[in-house]
Design a protein around this ligand. Structure first.
Ligand code: SF4
Ligand code: SF4
Length: 429
């Protein structure tokens, strides 16, 4: 453990990561479900426009929705089958979008993209757009746009911190597909003219760090601390550069991409495969058989839990994403997207049911905050309806990591306050 210098960022929190539930379970391909519901809004830009209609036959890898606007992204069918309808459905965040409902038929048929010149940076960049690749760590920002920064950059950091508890799909990708992830990272670097690629790996994945180094990749080992995988904290830990408040990684010459995104880039460039499936973790003590799966885009959470042996009677809280930054859900008909890295079923012992009590001014939230904000005041002023003062205490610089709420002995729902403040300011605009 001590043979590597472990780098990190100021503040943050430590907790048991619960990764032991799934870290030793190899990736397994889940068979296509009987129905998929594929959202046309799986990325940060304008929703994609369906190019199929009810009654159309589709095959796996076929384009089903075209990108719109500068932040648009293409959407591909994850199965062979027939389009039943285009329906409005809520996703994990509660936002409603059009979903293309496809009834699956058994078939090995599969469409791929045309060959490209893999040595040409422009062709690789265009391929990343053609394949519908977006940031798969959760943000859903179109990768081709991120790879065209408006400022000079000198480093691509591959975010292999995977600092959220329970989640192990990036870990499995790195262990099982290290060559492909490295190749994908190199294609991402080529697309933006870089040759300096660094993997940031948390110290609870030293086997991955060693494997990557053996294969010639540059690796920075990071201290196991949350939120080590947050962009600004990752950049600071890897190369000591501080992204200014309200700034972007390119302001300090860096682009950050996630492990799954690098793997998708490999598949798109080497195998001509568009993005229609992804690795994800299903975990928590409320699910009978925690697994790491390759899942077809648009698969319902219910089908995934069923494939993992179903939920046991202790399952109490369901979460899409990680327990720190994810979204609780009750409707298991929600379907996966390009950014769904995990779904969890937590038991009573794994979740806190304590009701919030008044703030005791202990300051623990401020000590935990990696952004040096004053979370207690953001919470107080938001609940008082004084959003401008909440902004003065940093509401708009908060990236909702939840470290403050985790540290709070009064169980203040600080992240909900931040989200409320941002929502109110948006409404006011
Ligand atoms: S205020 Fe925001 S950035 Fe700071 S710890 Fe809380 S959630 Fe994280
Ligand atoms: S940690 Fe909780 S109780 Fe302590 S100052 Fe922050 S909001 Fe108040």
């Amino acid at each position: 453990m001590e043979k590597f210098v472990q780098k990190t960022f100021p503040h943050g929190v430590h907790f048991h990561d619960n990764k032991e539930l799934s870290k030793d379970v190899p990736l397994e391909r889940m068979p296509a479900p009987s129905d998929v519901f594929i959202s046309v809004s799986q990325h940060i830009g304008a929703p994609s426009s369906p190019v199929v209609a009810a009654g159309d036959k589709v095959v796996k890898g076929q384009l089903i929705a075209e990108a719109n606007g500068g932040l648009g992204s293409k959407v591909y069918s994850s199965v062979c089958g027939e389009v039943v309808a285009i329906v409005k459905k809520a996703g994990a965040t509660g936002a409603v979008s059009d979903h293309i409902h496809i009834k699956t038929v058994e078939s090995e048929e599969c469409m791929t993209l045309a060959d490209i010149d893999k040595n040409d940076a422009q062709s690789v960049l265009q391929r990343i757009f053609e394949a519908g690749i977006v940031g798969m760590g959760g943000a859903g920002f179109p990768t081709n746009v991120k790879l065209k920064p408006s400022k000079p950059v000198d480093t691509l950091i591959i975010n292999a911190a995977e600092c959220e508890p329970y989640i192990t799909c990036d870990y499995r990708l790195l262990l099982e597909k290290a060559d492909q992830v490295i190749a994908g990272a190199n294609y991402l670097a080529k697309a933006c003219g870089l040759d300096n690629v660094v993997f940031g790996v948390e110290a609870n994945k030293l086997d991955c760090a060693e494997l990557l180094m053996q294969k010639g990749a540059k690796v920075t080992v990071l201290k196991k601390k949350y939120p080590q995988g947050a962009e600004k904290e990752l950049i600071y830990a890897v190369n000591g550069r501080k992204v200014p408040c309200g700034g972007l990684p390119m302001d300090v010459g860096v682009i950050v991409q996630n492990v799954a995104t690098a793997f998708a880039a490999y598949e798109a460039v080497e195998l001509n495969k568009p993005l229609y499936e992804r690795a994800m973790t299903v975990s928590g003590r409320g699910v009978n058989s925690p697994k790491n799966l390759i899942v077809a885009n648009g698969t319902s959470y219910q089908d995934i839990f069923d494939f993992c042996g179903g939920l046991n009677e202790d399952a109490l809280k369901l979460i899409s994403g990680g327990p720190m930054m994810g979204f609780a859900f009750i409707d298991t008909s929600i379907s996966t997207t390009k950014t769904t890295g995990s779904i969890l079923a937590l038991t009573k012992k794994e979740t806190s049911l304590m009701q919030p009590s008044p703030c005791i001014n202990c300051g623990r939230c401020a000590r935990a905050c990696p952004m040096n904000l004053m979370p207690m005041y953001i919470d107080f002023y938001t609940l008082a309806g004084d959003y401008d003062t909440a902004v003065k205490y940093g509401a708009l610089n908060c990236f909702e990591c939840g470290s403050c709420a985790f540290s709070c002995p009064a169980k203040r729902a600080i992240v909900q306050s931040v989200r409320l403040c941002k929502k109110k300011l948006k409404e006011r605009k």
